[in-house]
Write a protein that binds this ligand. Structure first.
Ligand code: FES
Length: 501
């Protein structure tokens, strides 16, 4: 038995062992099992001689090896189910790429179960300065508990993709550990679509300075699926990088996802660059998403470190695709093509603006001219071009935004708390409408990659955007929902906040 240093969320020592009896049978009260439906995992808590082993077809880089003859690995299971699987698996799937070898075609490993309940062990090793892509396609028709142990040699570049798709009936439990060599680059992606209970535990450690790892995940959960991704990145080498991005969508009663992102930067890991993010989109009121990012720094001498997590409902406007491709330059769906979501009938923003103006004029006429008439002023000498009427306060729901064209410029007009703000509608990271983002306090968050922008300055508050977005002067004439919002279309000069402000 090996006792590992604790990951950030677990302050009791973590056990790593090949001995099953070093792990208690979880009750569900343990930190690492507290979300999981442990009662449904009984078949993997105890050795079962009737369990099969996952197999894969041998190719130029893939082989099946008897477990007794397999090359030893330094990796040890860190929970009961993986210890049971490691002890019980009879065949090991190996993937080998030699030193300096460049494999242009993806190495596809299609796993197949030999029984309804299976153990699995995959041993993936790519040599020094090699380059390869490995795709693991899981057998969705069987229950499986297993491990993937990956070694990326010094200077190597490995991309791996793991796909679990199929009926939402089966159990898939995986530990996936990767050692990243000196100056090596690893991308590990998981796509989780199928399975009744899926629990994937990716972990990364570094074997030398300069390594980088990206852990990417996409998951879709329908009720009653339970999908858990529990990540641990262990920075113990200097000048290494990690980037963790997991995004998912959930729908239906009983759908439950769990994302735990533990990143530990040890004292010796100076110059670390790390970021982790999880986003969960709730498509209706039925599902539940738990998201826990944990970043523990034992040294302040890092290049950068951050994390973010957000879970929220899909907003009506964000759920609606435009009648033309949203990202035509990126090859979006053709206009009129099949879509999951469609734009609700409603006027174009320009038409809304016209109707707002028409309504304003109608109301003014009805009131005998007593209502303030929106009027453009270009005669000011204070540097302000002139305010233009845009809409009424009541046209925008509290803490939300709408897109308007003001003097030829697309703007997001935002109600945030008691304030009204105008910010250019184009995200500075890509051509995406900020009006479709979420308003959070005094910031608006781009829906595509999650950069938030300060509505008072236009400054990006989070990556990936690094450039500010123009903002505009706003004034509100009147009170209540009927108050008129006017905007000066001349951008306010960029405000640069001093450090600490
Ligand atoms: S498009 Fe806005 S953050 Fe990427």
């Amino acid at each position: 038995m090996t006792v590992l240093e604790a990951p950030p969320t677990d302050h009791s020592p973590r056990v790593a062992s090949a001995n099953i009896e070093d792990f208690v049978v979880p009750s569900g009260r343990e930190e690492e099992w507290r979300f999981a439906p442990v009662a449904e995992l009984g078949m993997f808590m105890h050795p079962d001689d009737a369990a099969g082993s996952m197999v894969a077809q041998a190719t130029a880089h893939v082989a099946m090896v008897d477990a007794a003859d397999a090359e030893p690995t330094a990796w040890l299971p860190t929970d009961r189910t993986s210890a049971v699987a490691r002890a019980g698996v009879r065949s090991v799937v190996t993937v080998r790429v030699a030193d300096d070898e460049v494999v242009d075609e993806p190495i596809v490993v299609t796993l197949a179960g030999s029984a309804s309940t299976n153990y699995a062990h995959l041993d993936v090793r790519v040599g020094r300065h090699s380059r390869a892509t490995v795709v693991i396609v899981h057998d969705a028709g069987v229950d499986v508990s297993g491990s993937i142990v990956t070694h990326v040699g010094d200077g190597a570049d490995l991309t791996m993709l793991s796909i679990i798709d199929g009926p939402a009936e089966r159990v898939h439990l995986w530990q996936w550990h990767t050692d990243v060599g000196r100056d090596a680059h690893f991308v590990g992606s998981v796509v989780t679509l199928g399975g009744r209970v899926v629990r994937i535990l990716p972990s990364v450690s570094y074997q030398g300075p300069g390594g980088s790892a990206e852990l990417l995940g996409a998951f879709l959960a329908d009720g009653p699926q339970y999908l858990e991704h529990r990540i641990f990145v262990d920075h113990a080498q200097p000048h290494c990088a990690s980037n963790v991005v997991f995004k998912g969508a959930l729908s239906g009663a009983g759908a439950h996802t769990v994302w735990i992102g533990d990143v530990l930067v040890r004292r010796e890991a100076t110059g670390t660059d790390t970021y982790e993010m999880n986003r969960n989109l709730l498509l209706d009121d039925g599902p539940r998403a738990d998201s826990v990012p944990n970043l523990e720094l034992e040294t302040g001498d890092v290049a950068s470190a951050g994390h973010a997590s957000a879970t929220g409902p899909v907003r009506r406007r964000a759920a609606v695709l435009p009648p033309v491709p949203r990202h035509h330059r990126a090859g979006g769906a053709a206009a009129g093509g099949a879509r999951i979501l469609r734009r609700c009938p409603g006027p174009h923003p320009v038409a809304r603006l016209a109707s707002t103006r028409a309504r304003s004029h109608r109301e003014s006429a009805r009131d005998g001219g007593s209502r303030r008439r929106p009027r453009r002023r270009r005669d000011r000498d204070d540097g302000v071009t002139g305010f233009l009427p845009v809409c009424r306060v009541g046209d925008i729901a509290p803490n939300s935004a709408k897109r308007y064209i003001v003097d030829g410029t697309a703007m997001a007009i935002v109600r945030a708390g008691d304030g009204v703000f105008a910010i250019n509608d184009r995200c500075s990271h890509a051509d995406v409408s900020l009006a479709e983002g979420e308003v959070d306090g005094c910031a608006i968050e781009c829906w595509l990659h999650g950069s938030a922008f300060d509505l008072r300055t236009g400054t990006p508050l989070s990556l990936p955007a690094i450039e500010p977005v123009p903002i505009y002067s706003v004034r509100v004439l009147g009170d209540g929902d009927d108050a008129l919002i006017e905007v000066d279309p001349s951008p306010i000069p960029a405000i640069v906040a001093a450090p600490g402000q």
